[in-house]
Design a protein around this ligand. Structure first.
Ligand code: AP5
Length: 228
């Protein structure tokens, strides 16, 4: 039987690389118990599993470029359409206006729409220092920072207790490339969603608990249904 999607509420977390989308999303999921999709994590998993999509995506990710719109949109639509309805947090998608249009059309076709878009604003120097000091858990994907968000036991994931690693695309050269790709291709989504009355800004260079509390409060203001 087809799942009723009219009560699906899509919340988009946007922001430059290093803005804290993944860190905030993990905490929001723990807090709200909603579904979550990180396109970066989905792609890294496909690369690791050497799927056809993963093999195609690897070249782009390694260079700090965006993967083609058609490839990532197909993966996201499949994920959204599988599983339960209700509150769904999208982290890292859309990243171009073409992707935003595909998302809008897909949701409209099942009687749903984007509920709100949260843009995490963080100055460039903070983004660079966050990305260059980031450590991630290879199992659960939780992110830490060597200075600002240390794990309880140095070098080990709080949740999985296994050694943390640095992401392959967190080299300085790729970080700079990702930031410029963001400015060219993703930042234009800010006015695009503003014009549609969906975007609100969150100051992302504050303590993570403060950032997450503000987003969670805003989500509960916008989304008033049983999924919260
Ligand atoms: P993706 O994995 O999405 O990378 P990104 O956008 O570059 O974002 P990051 O994951 O680097 O940063 P984040 O905002 O999640 O920050 P985080 O929470 O980790 O995508 C990777 C690649 O996949 C892309 O380059 C592209 O090739 C491809 N891709 C993905 N989606 C795509 C799409 N839609 N279209 C095309 N291609 C796509 O935080 C960073 C650091 O800061 C961490 O160390 C964290 O501990 C720390 N930190 C976070 N918040 C705080 C805080 N409040 N205070 C102190 N420290 C903090």
């Amino acid at each position: 039987m087809a799942v009723d999607r009219t009560d699906m509420r899509i919340i988009i977390l946007m922001g430059a690389p290093g803005a804290g989308k993944g860190t905030a999303a993990t905490r929001l999921v723990d807090r709200l118990g909603c579904r979550h999709l990180s396109t970066g994590a989905l792609l890294r998993e496909s690369v690791e599993n050497a799927t056809e999509a993963g093999r195609e995506a690897a070249v782009y990710i390694e260079a700090g470029n965006l993967v083609p719109d058609a490839l990532i949109s197909r993966m996201v639509v499949d994920e959204i359409m599988s599983g339960d309805s209700g509150l769904f947090l999208l982290d890292g998608f859309p990243r171009t206006i073409v992707q935003a249009e595909i998302l809008q059309q897909t949701l409209a076709s099942v009687g749903s729409s984007v509920a709100m878009v949260c843009n995490l604003d963080v100055p460039r120097d903070v983004l660079i220092s966050r990305l260059s000091g980031r450590l991630v858990c290879p199992r659960c994907g939780d992110g830490y920072h060597v200075v600002t968000l240390k794990p309880r036991r140095e070098g080990y994931c709080d949740r999985c207790d296994i050694p943390l690693v640095q992401r392959d695309d967190d080299t300085m050269e790729t970080i700079i490339r990702r930031l410029s790709v963001y400015e060219e291709q993703t930042a234009p989504l800010i006015p695009w969603y503003e014009e549609r009355g969906l975007l609100w800004h969150v100051k992302g260079d504050r303590q993570i608990d403060v950032v997450v509390a503000e987003i969670a409060e805003k989500i509960s203001e916008y989304v008033t249904d049983d999924s919260l």
